[in-house]
Design a protein around this ligand. Structure first.
Ligand code: CO
Ligand code: CO
Ligand code: CO
Length: 321
């Protein structure tokens, strides 16, 4: 849609809205740039405090994906004050505040509007050195590709809305979605990677494809190396599949070549729309082991090497079994 607008160019805009990057970047001084992003959505879990945690972790993630340090945030809130007790809103905000505090981010204020469906998220500002911005465009043939959270949150949260999910699976998915990508981001910054994105609404294949297009490269993914939540496999096999994940797959599949062994359920899982998913990090082959070590040392639970970046038509993906 942005293509229909004339967006003026500014010399200090280092990353703008034209590259499908996770956040925008604006140069303040030669050694300092602002990283800015906003994300908010409707509840994906019933518990308001959990919703606040997840929404904040998700909003912060775009700053971490750029290799930046988030410093301030503003609450973005829509709430039906006559239909739901205000205590629910307090719980949502408490979740957001606790997650921001864990991240060392100051919430400076925010804005609330009345709306029939609650919505919550953050507008986040981070800091980075202009020479160290990690974008979608830095992937190179030969890079090893790492993913730092398992897939399946879209399928599981859809199943939660259908009352199909038990408490232990709900707790597991909330804690996964509420996990900050901070530790993974610090590890990749220490290693010195040149590209990263976080996996969110377009799913693994969609966000990978954006990165491949921006970098002018292709990729090979081994489906069996992609970590998937067991509960997501169970629900997907029973057909509990979000519309968004199906349309993600339809959107990417003309440029994805799937091995015959990768069945429709597995394909959907690879395209599943994630909330607050992990970082997808291409790294030079000789730095791959170091990245895995640093991720482990930082306490990142999932460190999956899922494939490689290759030469080939930009944006194309081959998925092997
Ligand atoms: Co993002
Ligand atoms: Co975003
Ligand atoms: Co206002």
């Amino acid at each position: 849609m942005l293509k229909q607008l004339h967006i003026p160019e500014y010399p200090d805009v280092l990353v703008g809205s034209n590259t499908a990057d996770d956040a925008g970047v604006y140069k303040v001084r030669d050694d300092l740039a602002l990283v800015q992003t906003v994300d908010f959505f409707t509840p994906m879990v019933d518990d308001p405090y959990s919703f606040g945690l997840v929404a904040a972790a998700n909003a912060l993630s775009d700053v971490y994906a750029m290799g930046a340090r988030p410093v301030t945030a503003l609450n973005v809130i829509a709430f039906p004050e006559n239909m739901i007790p205000l205590e629910v809103l307090v719980q949502i905000l408490r979740g957001g505040l606790d997650k921001a505090t864990e991240a060392g981010v100051a919430i400076l204020g925010g804005h609330t509007i009345k709306d029939n469906e609650p919505k919550y998220g953050l507008s986040v500002t981070g800091l980075i050195h202009p020479d160290r911005i990690i974008t979608n465009a830095g992937a190179h043939p030969g890079n090893r590709l790492f993913l730092t959270k398992p897939l399946g949150s879209g399928i599981i949260t859809t199943a939660i809305k259908g009352n199909l999910v038990g408490d232990s699976d709900i707790n597991e998915i909330v804690s996964l979605m509420a996990t900050l990508n901070r530790a993974a981001s610090r590890a990749m910054v220490e290693v010195g990677v040149r590209a990263c994105t976080d996996v969110t609404g377009f799913g693994l294949l969609g966000h990978l494809q954006e990165m491949l297009v921006a970098s002018g490269v292709s990729a090979i993914i081994a489906a069996s190396n992609v970590p998937i939540l067991p509960a997501a496999r169970r629900f997907a096999a029973r057909g509990a599949i979000p519309g968004g994940s199906k349309s993600n797959l339809r959107f990417v599949e003309s440029r994805v070549e799937f091995a015959a062994e990768v069945d429709e359920t597995a394909r959907i899982l690879l395209a599943d729309a994630q909330t607050s998913g992990g970082l997808l990090i291409p790294v030079d082959p000789d730095k791959g082991d170091l990245l895995a070590e640093k991720l482990a040392a930082a306490g990142v639970d999932t460190i999956a090497e899922i494939g490689t970046i290759s030469d080939g038509p930009a944006g194309t993906i081959r998925v092997t079994a």
